[in-house]
Design a protein around this ligand. Sequence first.
Ligand code: COA
Length: 471
Amino acid sequence: MGTVEDLKPIFSPKSIAVIGASRSPMKIGYEILQNILVQGYTGKVYPINPETPTIMGLKTQPSVLAVKDDIDLAIIAVPAEFVPKVMTECAKKKVKGVIVISSGFSETGEKGKLLEEEVLQIARKGGIRLIGPNTLGYKDPIDNLDAAFVFGMPRPGEIALISQSGALCIGMIYYANGEHIGLSRVISVGNKADVDDADLIDYLDNDPSTKVIAMYIEGIKDGKKFLDSARRCQKPIVAIKAGRTPAGSAAASTHTGSFSGSDAVYDSAFKQVHIQRAYDVIELFDFARALAYQPPTLSNKVGIISNGGGAGIMIADWCESIGLKVPNLSKKTVEALRPHLPSITTARNPLDVAGDARFYRYHATGSIMLSDPNVDALIMTCVHAGIARPREYVGAVIKLVEEKRNLKKPIVACWVGGPEVDEVVQELRVKNIPVYPSAMRAAKAVRCLYDEGRRLEILTKKRQPKDNSGN
Ligand code: COA
């Protein structure tokens, strides 16, 4: 069985046992059972607890061995020292996959490492795939399964999130919810004793609900396996690699037992396999959102439209400083633009459509710019000047994105105006149009789409049969 098939019982289980399901609302074993039930999981659920006959109205069993039916997934939330015993029972029961929520393993030192190894060996001998230990579990907003503790689900969408940190994972979900960014699957990997990032990349590459894979990584144990998976992955991967500095690296070793390794090595390895590197959560989602909802850029040539000179200049600076070009427009484009511009404005790139621009001027100039063969991506900016019409700007961006899909040129929006106009801009987010509150973030998102274009170009070239004709 390959990894993808191996992991199906974990991610699409027909039955789940919660080992350590608790009567106490203050305990993690209570919350896991509650979350599974609240989301309306339709498979069979077996709470396992030797101390009580029922929990939340469900009959409990003293151990998985007492369950008559097959169990696809067991979620284990008993103290670390009892995990080998319940794992042995899972192996006897021929449970197919487990998630070990419990902490107290390799992240705590030598004794914990030995305990983790013992649990891993039981899993291997029993043919069980294991996520964790020291994990939050996973949340699946597409199939409505919350197999994690901590209440709350992500919005459904097309970005999968793999996180080595459980708490940060929850923070990222709430951030994404606030930004209207939808997620397909959210998986907390914990100490990665068995199932690791590479397995999950393979799994998610085959997942029809996922378009982009976003990752938070502290350390990778099997570098070759990881690079092989990333290299063959058809979908774009964006990753934060934390533990870059001596202080961060020391913290990672006690958090998830990770060896962070040399940052320069990670950097060059990521480049080799075209993983886009992000340096914080905001950047991770800036990139993932652009990759999920806009086409890759065919070249690095960017057109810029703004209603204020300063905003356009800053975007131009950012573009050029990160390897993008702000090219001159063709003669035809310049002529086509002129009738739409006030006399004070020059038809050039970046284009300042002036502070009084309304829907029609934004839309017409955007449409003309996108037709220019020198422009392969467009950044449309609005600054909150007194006479600016943010709603009309937003309307023009939405219309252009809808009308110009066939051109396969990305359109990214940029808004500088703070909370006062946030509600207006929210309409872009709801429609999955990438919108950023700064020149730097908008330009970096386009750079990310340019890198994705190059990744796809290289992949396509590799797939083309070699020309043996001597031509
Ligand atoms: N089989 C089934 N149930 C068992 C059991 C067994 N062998 N042994 C104990 N239980 C029951 C207990 O009776 C208890 O139920 P009750 O509350 O109804 O009495 C329940 O399982 C939980 O056991 P308890 O001993 O109370 O543990 P706990 O809830 O205090 O802690 C963990 C268990 C796993 C949550 C805790 O050890 C832990 O690791 N916490 C950190 C988890 C974490 O942060 N993970 C990483 C996130 S990123």
